[in-house]
Write a protein that binds this ligand. Structure first.
Ligand code: ADP
Length: 241
């Protein structure tokens, strides 16, 4: 699903968190929102999700204007930094959750839900943990479950907010490769927030560089690498964190 942001802006009180901005994301693209803390990345992601309303502008998913459409009806999947798994539910029940809460018109029957959960757990290679509880998993395993859960309803758009921020460097690298693999296999459109330039450059089809509520630059990783004097790569990003 392509995403078209047209003239989106957001203030919190008097504070302009996002200056009017426009951005087109192609179907199947993986976009990294990169920038220092406070630059507006999460606000933009939440507006795309429908978790936050914009003050101005329009959002389209494909041909559909979703500007005033509730998050529930935007058909997006989410992954958060802190996994946000349900502690009292098994891994399998966590993955099934999004399917179980669908309205009766769209909800698959029990057998189909079970089949889909099994398939998702196979995809993230954690079938053997289906009956465990989140507290029994490592951080990397939890995030793979969170991804399986987000993908269960076959969302058109997958949104990730600092998905690997809580993980150590080795696991982070593994999960990056693995997320990119899933993305390429399943073909969903995806936007993720990061302040890690290596992550942005490695995972993204295009990187959106943000600063002070503005889009500073939008480019492919190769183009960003090829600009050693870019304000972005060495100067600006030197100050990230
Ligand atoms: P980033 O994700 O790049 O760290 P955010 O989008 O979270 O940036 O925040 C951008 C700015 O907007 C920050 O200065 C933050 O304090 C402010 N902000 C975000 N959400 C709210 C809110 N709900 N109320 C007030 N200010 C907010």
């Amino acid at each position: 699903m392509s995403i078209r942001l047209d003239n989106i802006s957001k203030t919190f009180g008097k504070f302009q968190a996002l200056s009017p901005m426009s951005l087109n994301i192609d179907e199947g693209e993986m976009i990294g929102l990169l920038g220092p803390s406070g630059s507006g990345k999460t606000t933009l992601l939440r507006i795309i999700a429908g978790l936050e309303g914009a003050d101005s502008g329009n959002i389209k998913f494909g041909e559909r204007d979703v500007t005033n459409i509730h998050v529930r009806d935007r058909h997006v999947g989410f992954v958060f930094q802190n996994y946000a798994l349900f502690r009292h539910m098994t891994v399998a029940d966590n993955v099934a959750f999004g399917l179980e809460v669908m309205d009766s018109k769209h909800r698959p029957d029990k057998a189909e839900i079970q089949r889909r959960v099994r398939h998702l757990l196979e995809m993230v290679q954690l079938e053997h943990l289906a009956n465990r509880f989140p507290a029994q998993l490592s951080g990397g395993q939890k995030q793979r479950i969170a991804l399986a859960r987000a993908l269960a309803t076959k969302p058109d758009v997958l949104l990730l907010d600092e998905p690997f921020g809580a993980l150590d460097a080795k696991v982070r690298k593994e999960l990056r490769r693995w997320l990119r693999g899933l993305h390429d296999e399943l073909g969903f459109t995806s936007v993720f927030v990061t302040h890690d330039q290596e992550e942005a450059l490695e995972l993204s089809d295009r990187v959106v560089v943000m600063s002070n509520g503005r889009i500073e630059q939008v480019d492919e990783p190769a183009a960003l690498y090829a600009q050693p004097n870019s304000r972005f790569v060495f100067d600006f990003l030197g100050n990230v964190n």
